[in-house]
Write a protein that binds this ligand. Structure first.
Ligand SMILES: Cc1cc2nc3c(=O)[nH]c(=O)nc-3n(C[C@H](O)[C@H](O)[C@H](O)COP(=O)(O)OP(=O)(O)OC[C@H]3O[C@@H](n4cnc5c(N)ncnc54)[C@H](O)[C@@H]3O)c2cc1C
Length: 418
């Protein structure tokens, strides 16, 4: 085995949108950064998602009632599915999730989440403009569609709550929806247009940032899996990989859904569950929507890109695996047809699944753990990792440079679940 020291300042483990944004900002602040990725950069959860940058998604996933949870458990076609299992980590996670989703501090979490996502959106705009990145970034807002009155009323209530936190929206009745997006079916009850939301092509964004990082002297080692971390006192002194040993002053953990597994090896307990989601990218479609849509009752999201349109959804707690369940793909297709008039008969499809790193309170885990002084945790971004990547990267750089983070991150401490 070879040993690679090279006087690195920082090693970033994980080349998804979080790892790449952290590497970008650390390099900008003059650090010598090496990124280790077990596969190819951008091929994890950051690959086939809808690419939304959505301050409007700042309300945590609501806790289901006990009856609803049972229904999910029994129905593999539901938008949320928990595979019945005796996995202790999953049950521990579910208990924590239930505690957080029924707790009284939801308003504080919404306020923190909106601040983070709005700051992230500003940072994305800054990076895209200053680096001249072509990643299909658009800020046309996102329309949340409701096909029944009750869910529409709930959506309107949530929009009110978000408005108190600076998130602007317009309520749209049936006729208005059709004028904005002719492909929307005429029986859709109503919609909410979150006017400042944006989206981009996630893989193009990660690849572009990786190219900029390499051009400016950064090193990326693909197919390099971190197998263990070696500790002396309160510090990680070296990292073993399938390609050799690496050392550096700081380590950034950006391994997404794989984070708990890796951290277990050094006795750090991170309550993160892999939450599988699927997407279908359709090529050669006609009458596609011109902006992202949320098909509320089915929890499916749609993004139109230059050469295809993508529909994504489902949140499946079934462990660390990338098995595709055909039933889920069928559910997503069914959802599309119930909200929009679109002809998919002659289109080709690219089916994908990825694992979101889901934390019990929906917020990321950012900062040091109580055990190790040179390990910066940067994971658990749940359903909004694309949204929060830019601000996370900036904060990680500020923490490593001993600067005051641009947003108070006390509530994001990886130690908050202990
Ligand atoms: C269907 C779907 C739709 C989504 N839509 C959106 C959206 O529209 N907007 C939004 O904000 N978020 C969305 N998300 C969530 C978002 O995709 C994630 O939160 C985000 O991609 C997480 O980024 P990450 O960098 O932490 O993880 P990843 O992209 O998974 O990156 C982690 C990387 O670490 C690598 N790695 C893991 N272990 C090791 C190891 N031991 N050694 C070396 N490398 C390792 C992995 O190979 C991987 O490349 C969606 C997710 C899904 C599944």
């Amino acid at each position: 085995m070879n040993s690679q020291t090279h006087n690195n300042d920082v090693i970033v483990i994980g080349g998804g949108i979080i790892g790449i944004c952290a590497s970008y900002y650390l390099q900008k602040s003059g650090k010598k950064v090496v990124l280790l990725e077990q596969n190819q950069v951008g091929t994890g959860s950051s690959y086939g998602n809808t690419g939304w940058i959505v301050p409007s998604h700042s309300i945590p996933i609501k806790s289901p009632g006990t009856l609803q949870t049972l229904k999910w458990l029994l129905n593999p076609k539901s938008p949320f599915y928990i595979k019945p299992t005796f996995n202790i980590d999953l049950w521990d996670w579910l208990i924590k999730f239930r505690k957080y989703s029924s707790s009284s501090n939801i308003e504080n979490r919404i306020s923190l989440s909106t601040k983070l996502s709005q700051e992230s959106l500003n940072l994305y705009k800054e990076i895209i403009q200053s680096e001249n990145i072509h990643c299909e970034f658009e800020q046309k807002g996102i329309i949340q569609l409701h096909n029944d009155e009750r869910s529409f009323e709930e959506g309107v209530k949530d929009a009110e709550l978000l408005r108190l936190n600076g998130i602007k929206s317009n309520i749209l009745i049936q006729k208005e929806l059709k004028l904005i997006e002719p492909s929307i079916k005429s029986n859709i009850y109503g919609g909410i247009h979150f006017i400042n939301d944006a989206y981009l092509n996630p893989f193009t964004t990660v690849s572009s940032l990786a190219n900029i990082f390499i051009k400016n002297g950064g090193i990326i080692y693909p197919n390099t899996q971190v197998e263990d971390l070696h500790i002396n006192g309160n510090k990680i002194t070296s990292i073993s990989t399938n390609k050799g040993i690496y050392t550096s002053k700081y380590i950034v953990l950006a391994t997404g859904a794989w984070s708990s597994k890796l951290m277990k090896k050094i006795g750090v307990n991170l309550p993160i569950q892999p939450a599988k989601g699927y997407s279908i990218s359709f090529k050669n479609t006609k009458n596609t929507p011109t902006r992202p849509l949320i098909l509320s009752e089915t929890r499916v999201g749609i993004s139109p890109f230059n050469n295809y349109f993508r529909a994504a959804g489902t949140l499946e707690l079934s462990g660390l695996n990338l098995k595709i369940a055909p039933k889920r793909i069928e559910s997503i297709k069914k959802a599309i047809h119930s909200y929009i008039d679109i002809d998919l008969k002659n289109s080709s499809e690219d089916i994908w699944c990825g694992m979101r790193p889901l934390s019990p309170d929906g917020l990321p885990l950012i900062g040091l753990t109580s055990k190790i002084d040179n390990l910066m945790i940067s994971t658990g971004h749940s359903t909004t990792g694309v949204t929060l990547a830019a601000v996370t990267g900036k904060i990680i750089q500020q923490l490593i440079d001993s600067q005051k983070p641009l947003i108070d991150i006390e509530k994001l401490s990886p130690n908050r679940f202990i």
